[in-house]
Design a protein around this ligand. Structure first.
Ligand code: COI
Length: 355
């Protein structure tokens, strides 16, 4: 049940390329919730598959106090974006990758997942229904947030008897308040995000709140975000709070090799492919914290974060600074990625889904 009445997909007018009737300050979008008109809902009971979803007006949802997601955190989220290209056309970027990642996560969290087709169709439907919220070209994107939750009530620790797949959306600009300015990161070595055998490599909702304390502490002393280390040796870099980590030394790009404890971003994957295609050597390997000392460039990638340059990293009281001018590698990768997303750089991998 939702507070809004269900609407049919006929009620909106797709393919209008205007942001009519919205008084949004498109030049100053940050990463703040500004809910778009419609959300998508689909439910199924345990042991069955998702069948038919529908659009609703955005609004509160009703949950039992005993919902598994509220009591035991059985839930996953995803993040993907819809863009307005230079020619006014509307695009999604690799939404099937989010669908597959949700299926892998759902298996880890004992939940049924929508099929890739159901997921992608629902994301398309949400983007089209909310098309007037897709920012003007070059002003940002519509951030699309799919959720899969154990919504049914249960008292003992066990999978929920009912599941809800829902999607809402919000126009966004830069994720970090720094905008495009370089980030200052703080390496956290007390609190950890994930450990071997945990759920760090899937987008479980439970991965994000245990590190709010570390993030709040770092922000209170002026840092943009936190960089997490592996929980056993505290010598290997894993990821930042909401993005993956890359380091450049002598034109060789390195990024942590997936080891089950950090999330493999779709932007991470895309940047690796773009970099190799541009002729860079990209190594997926263990990146040690002591390598921070002599890196040429550092950057983070994420759907929300984009490609964010890092200006400094502080570890145990020592601060490492990175050159901010002539960030040749990250700038080149970033402009290729956004060029593809705006439809002005050839999409040789067919990552764009036109809607
Ligand atoms: C994204 O980049 O889409 C994410 O899901 C990160 C999120 C924690 C903001």
């Amino acid at each position: 049940h939702t507070s809004g009445a269900a609407v049919s997909s006929k009620e909106y007018e797709p393919f209008a390329h205007q942001n009519e009737n919205l008084s949004v300050d498109w030049d100053n979008l940050g990463f703040n919730l500004m809910p778009a008109d419609y959300m998508y809902m689909m439910k199924c009971t345990e042991g069955e598959s998702f069948t038919q979803g529908h659009l609703d007006r955005y609004g509160s949802i009703e949950l039992s106090p005993a919902a598994c997601v509220l009591n035991y955190g059985q839930g996953l989220f995803e993040g993907t974006k819809a863009f307005r290209g230079e020619n006014g056309r509307l695009f999604l970027f690799r939404p099937e990758q989010n669908a597959v990642r949700m299926q892998i996560g759902a298996d880890r969290m004992c939940m049924p997942a929508p099929s890739t087709e159901q997921f992608v169709d629902a994301v398309k439907e949400i983007a089209l229904a909310n098309h007037r919220w897709i920012p003007p070209t070059r002003k940002g994107s519509l951030y699309i947030r799919p959720l899969l939750i154990g919504s049914g009530p249960i008292l003992g620790v066990a999978p929920a008897p009912e599941y809800t797949f829902l999607i809402y959306a919000s126009p966004v600009g830069n994720y970090f308040k720094e905008g495009m300015a370089p980030l200052s990161l703080y390496v956290e070595d007390e609190y950890h995000r994930a450990s071997p055998g945990g759920a760090g490599c899937v987008k479980a909702i439970t991965n994000y709140s245990p590190v709010l304390k570390a993030q709040a502490r770092a922000k209170s002393i002026g840092f943009s975000d936190v960089l997490y280390l592996d929980s056993s040796s505290k010598t290997i870099i894993e990821e930042a709070s909401s993005s993956n980590f890359f380091i450049v030394k002598d034109n060789v790009i390195s990024t942590p090799a997936p080891n089950g404890t950090f999330l493999e971003g779709i932007t991470r994957k895309s940047i690796i492919e773009i970099a190799r295609d541009l002729g860079y050597q990209v190594d997926e390997r263990s990146v040690r914290v002591d390598e921070l000392d002599h890196a040429d460039e550092v950057f983070c990638t994420g759907t929300a974060a984009g490609v964010a340059a890092v200006g400094s990293i502080t570890f145990r009281g020592k601060r490492f600074d990175y050159k901010v001018d002539g960030r040749l590698v990250s700038q080149r990768l970033y402009s290729t990625l956004v060029g593809i997303q705006r439809g002005v750089v050839q999409d040789k991998w067919k990552w764009l889904v036109r809607i």
